[in-house]
Design a protein around this ligand. Structure first.
Ligand code: 5GP
Length: 301
């Protein structure tokens, strides 16, 4: 049998070369992260010299080294640009090179221009964890205004008036609606009324802040109808079984209410294709990060 294993000395040399190449790519990424080099310069270097660290760097790694662009945003940007995540800089075709170069150039031109404000609507079936994801965003991204809805539902233990909801009577709710104070309203789970107060949202958007609405699917549709720039995000459970487990596990509804909510959830899950983005809530902080990334993604494309 011919010997297939390279001699030891070659193996050592090869692994040394691999380590050196990895280090060189890491140095390129660091220089982009530190803004010592622009992504455009890295692209030019990679295309000028096919064997270089720049050429063998994955495009995904280059994009995610740019300050302000994490891995989630990079993945979405590449998907929108039609560039495979596994591509290396040197492996891009002529058209892809032009698209990527142009994208970085546009981003650079925008430079320090103020970030336009964004309205993001987070919806999804019952018990999927919208509340937990919004709370995480409230705690970690205080610049995002989390809209506080009005509801006729009584508070659950631990819920705070003015923070979780504005708890109102039926009459007060009617008054708010007839005063034109609501952006949208809906009766949810055939039980209580919920509505999004208009004024705080308009004020925050006028201030250039991002706004997050955590509402049901009818509400998401209604907001999109009056504010077409709103980004609709659908939060999905990892599986149907997990959704049932979360609903029963939280123990805040009696069995009749649980089955009513699960019936609604089936209908709601069918609406996911109407949404601009879908995020799977396996881990709350990861899902929250994906939602926050989406708040700026449109500025990047
Ligand atoms: P919960 O009673 O469990 O807090 O909320 C029930 C449902 O009402 C959730 O799907 C929640 O997203 C939705 N909801 C909360 N506030 C609003 C709102 O202002 N408008 C609409 N349309 N739905 C809301």
């Amino acid at each position: 049998m011919p010997r297939v294993t390279p001699p030891d000395v070659d193996r050592v040399a090869a692994s040394r070369a691999a380590v050196a190449a990895r280090r060189a790519r890491a140095a390129v990424k660091q220089s982009v992260a530190d803004q010592r080099r622009s992504p455009g310069e890295v692209l030019d270097a990679g295309w000028a010299n096919p064997g270089s660290a720049e050429a063998t760097l994955r495009v995904r790694e280059l994009v995610s080294s740019v300050p302000g662009l994490g891995p989630v945003r990079s993945a979405r940007i590449l998907a929108e640009l039609g560039i495979s995540e596994s591509k290396r800089v040197g492996g891009l075709g002529v058209r892809q090179r032009a698209i990527l170069r142009d994208w970085f150039a546009r981003r650079e031109r925008r430079g320090s221009a103020p970030t336009p404000s964004r309205l993001v609507v987070l919806a999804g079936p019952t018990a999927v964890g919208k509340g937990a994801v919004s709370r995480h965003i409230r705690e970690h991204h205080p610049n995002v205004l989390l809209s506080v809805s009005a509801t006729t539902r009584p508070p659950r233990p631990g819920e705070v008036d003015g923070v979780d909801y504005r708890f109102v009577t039926d009459d007060e709710f009617d008054r708010l609606v007839s005063a034109g104070a609501m952006l949208e309203t809906a009766t949810v789970h055939n039980a209580y009324r919920y509505g999004t107060p208009r004024a705080p949202i308009e004020a925050a958007l006028a201030d250039g802040r991002s706004v997050l609405l955590e509402i049901d699917i009818q509400g998401a549709r209604a907001v999109k109808a009056v504010m077409p720039d709103a980004i609709l995000v659908f939060l999905l459970p990892p599986s149907w079984e997990e959704l049932v487990r979360r609903l029963i596990g939280r123990g805040t509804e009696d069995p009749a209410e649980q089955s009513r909510r699960l019936e609604t959830a089936k209908i709601e899950l069918a609406a996911q294709d109407e949404f601009d983005y879908r995020v799977v809530n396996t881990d709350v902080s990861q899902a929250a990060q994906e939602v926050v990334d989406l708040m700026a993604i449109h500025d990047e494309i």
